[in-house]
Every structure is written in C-alpha cells, then in structure tokens.
Design a protein around this ligand. Structure first.
Ligand code: RNT
Ligand code: ZN
Length: 421
C-alpha cells in the first residue's frame, strides 16, 4: 500500500468517525503521549551479560524455545532493539535488567555500580531514549532456594539488600543523566513450594529488607520505586512472600508504586478493574504488559480482550500519564525482534481503539439505564475503520503500516540474525 492510499483511506475513515462525533486527530494527538518501556530481556531470553550466568529456571521463570538469532552480546542486543524501535510508532523508553551491565569480568551483584551502565547511558543519549531499571534477584546461586529478601538466612538477605540498593543507585544515575526519572521495579521470586509453617516470619523479613533498601531517599525527578507482586510461580505454588496485598499495603504506607503484571493474578481477575481502585490512593502505577497462559505469565502480548479493556480504563483515567506502561514477556520460540514489535504495536493499537470508541453514546445509554443500547454500541464499534487510522499514524511517524512490519522483521532475520550461530 503506498502513502497516497494510506492517506486516502484515512480521510475516509476520519469522516466515518466524525459522523459519530469522534475526532481522529485528537485521538492521534493523545496516542503520541503514550510511552512504552521496552524490555531488553526479550532479546536474549533473560540471559544477561554476567560472567557466570546462572540458570533462570531456579527462580520460577522459564523461557521456552530455541529460535535462532538470539542477541549474544551487548552490541547485538542494542542493534536488535534499535531495529525493533524503528518499527514501533512513537517515542519510547528502554527497560534494563541489572544483569545487562557491561562488567568485563566477574562482578558480584552486590558490587554493581553506575559505571557498569555507562555504555547503556551513552547509547540511550545517542538514540534519544530514556531508561528504566530492575534489580535481578533471580538466576543466581544465592537465589537457588527461591528466597532472596525474605530468606531465613540473614547473610543472604544482606546480599540481596545490597544488590537492590545498588540498583536503585544506578536507576537514579540514569534518571539524573537523562533528565527523566527512571522507574526502578523490584520483583523477587520469594515463596515456597509447600505450605509455610509461618507466613508472618517471611513477610517480616521482607518488610525489614525493604526498609533497609529504601533508607536512601532519591529525588522523584531521578527515581521512582515500584514493587511487583505475583500470585504464584513454579516452585512457589503454596506461598509468595511479595503478594499483591503485601506490596499494596507497603506502597500505600510508604509512598511507593505497585507494579501490576497482567500475568500475576487469578485468570478471571481483571487488572483493568484495579486501576481506578488503586490510583486514587497511590497516584501512580506501573503496569507490566504481558499475557498469562496456563502456568506461564510471560507470553507475548497480543491485542486481546484483556488489553482492550485495560486500554479503555487507561485512556479514561483522570491522569493517564501517571500509568506507566512497560512490556514484560519473553518468548524464545519466535523471532525476538518480531515479539517486541508485535507486543508493542498491539498495545498501542489497543490504546488507539480505546481512544476511538463512541464513549459519548455508550455513556449516555448507560446513564439512561439502557443496557441493550450500551452493549449494541460496543458491538457496532467493532466494525469501525480503526485500521486506516492506525496505518496513517504509522505513516506520519515514519514507521511501516500494519501489513508491512513483518516483512521488515523477516528481512532483518535473513540479513542479520541468520549470521549468528
Ligand atoms: C516475573 C516478573 C518480572 C520478570 C522480569 C524479568 O514474574 O514478571 O517482572 O518478568 O523481571
Ligand atoms: Zn513482570
């Protein structure tokens, strides 16, 4: 499809929306404000660049698949991320895990420092990107029993406390240098396979660890802290120390954010529903966009009902800019650049669809108590010409339209990825 056709189809679509009093220009203007934090770890199956990488599965995280072309080093990962970013419309951020530092030798996690991330900082500056950050309390011998900040052994807790403190320092360094606060998100695998004898104790240890970790107060212009809960993991089926209630309580009391991962709740629970219940009290929230499928919480995001409803809640929020969006999935069974692009574009399309819904009509019907009309509008709106509006958005931001990004990913695979063994 050439540019002229995209423009022509957009103007037709714009008319159709205008008939329903929906302003596509305004929607596109709003869409531009949404930033996604793109997770580096999809590019190499959460391996990172430590000198002695440890097995991931010891922490209840599992990456399945052996699709060729994984990024093997920092320059390949950056190259792949640049490619992915070139296929995602808009200005976005990059989310790093601490194990992606440039260590040049064995460096323990409680010795990580900003200097190990200078290369990323320079890269971010050169590419006009902002950075977010995550401590890595998994895939490590000291996390082998699945307990880190709530480990019964004091010296193990101490090690992880030091690690997370370093990571906050690194995040604040990014925030300062890039003049855009970095979100430091903390997820720990802690939990038990079998019923605990004493839940209170583990949560007490976690509480105390967090108190030490957050002793240093950074300016909110440099660093924002978030805490990510989970329902269960492989090997932590009976008990998870950092549950949703635990972190929500902590966050409310201490002025922190919670991170809600779409894959970390009961399958019929809607994360979308939680935004208006939590945000009035915390003011800000981080979302991990992911897709839970049976035991796995980290499948590639697609534009499904869950994303649609979530996006509707986001665009209708009083302050959507306080809802920080980060991708979080890892799939080693497909082209990894494509996985980034697919998930990111699916999310943005979800936001656009939500921005283009006939809210006026839906709300009016609801207030009149006319449920049938409300539902009918929702169904009717499925047929609205969203596609041409999206393609026009892509065109205006110099990114391929929906039917062309895949062939770009395929040619990158042929020319670049296939050269990697
Ligand atoms: C794990 C959490 C966490 C991780 C990343 C790699 O269940 O979702 O966010 O996916 O830190
Ligand atoms: Zn997550």
């Amino acid at each position: 499809m050439d540019d002229r056709t995209i423009e022509k189809q957009y103007f037709e679509a714009k008319q159709k929306f205008a008939e329903l009093e929906i302003d596509t220009e305004e929607a596109l203007g709003r869409l531009k404000n949404f930033q996604l934090s793109i997770h580096c770890w999809q590019g190499d199956d959460v391996r990172g660049f430590e000198y002695h990488p440890s097995e991931l599965s010891r922490s209840g995280l599992q990456v399945t698949g052996n699709y060729p072309g994984r990024a093997r080093n920092v320059s390949e990962l950056r190259q792949d991320m640049e490619k992915a970013l070139s296929l995602i419309p808009g200005k976005h951020r990059v989310n790093l895990h601490s194990i992606y530092g440039e260590f040049n030798g064995p460096v323990e996690r409680n010795e990580y420092e900003p200097s190990h991330f200078r290369g990323w900082l320079e890269w971010a500056k050169a590419n006009d990107l902002k950075l977010d950050f995550n401590a890595t309390c998994f895939a490590h011998p000291k996390a082998a029993d699945g307990l880190t900040l709530s480990n019964p052994k004091k010296e193990i807790r101490k090690f992880w406390i030091e690690h997370v403190k370093n990571c906050r320092k690194i995040a604040a360094f990014f925030g300062r240098e890039l003049k855009s606060f970095s979100i430091h998100n903390l997820w720990i695998p802690d939990g038990l396979k079998e019923w605990p004898s004493d839940r209170w104790l583990y949560r007490k240890w976690l509480y105390e660890s967090l108190e030490e970790i957050f002793e240093i107060d950074y300016s909110q212009t440099q660093l924002k802290d978030s805490l990510e809960s989970k329902l269960f993991g492989i090997g932590s089926e009976a008990f998870v120390t950092g549950s949703h209630e635990f972190y929500l309580g902590y966050a409310l009391k201490k002025g922190k954010m919670v991170c809600l991962d779409l894959g970390h709740f009961h399958p019929t629970e809607l994360v979308a529903d939680k935004l208006s219940a939590i945000l009035p009290f915390t003011g800000e929230i981080l979302l991990h966009l992911s897709r839970g499928l049976r035991w796995d919480s980290d499948h590639v995001v697609i534009l499904n009902d869950e994303i649609e409803i979530l996006c509707q809640e986001i665009v209708n929020a009083p302050a959507p800019e306080k809802i920080y969006l980060a991708l979080d999935y890892f799939d080693a069974s497909m082209n990894r650049i494509g996985a980034w692009v697919l998930g990111a574009r699916a999310t943005l399309r979800g936001l656009l669809r939500a921005l283009l819904l006939p809210w006026k009509q839906i709300k009016e019907a609801e207030l009149k108590g006319d449920s049938l009309t409300k539902l009918a509008w929702r169904q009717l709106s499925q047929e609205l010409p969203f596609g041409p509006v999206w393609d026009y958005y892509c065109l205006s931001l110099n990114v391929p339209p929906e039917n062309l990004w895949l062939s770009e990913v395929k040619s990158y695979e042929k020319n670049i990825l296939s050269q990697r063994d």
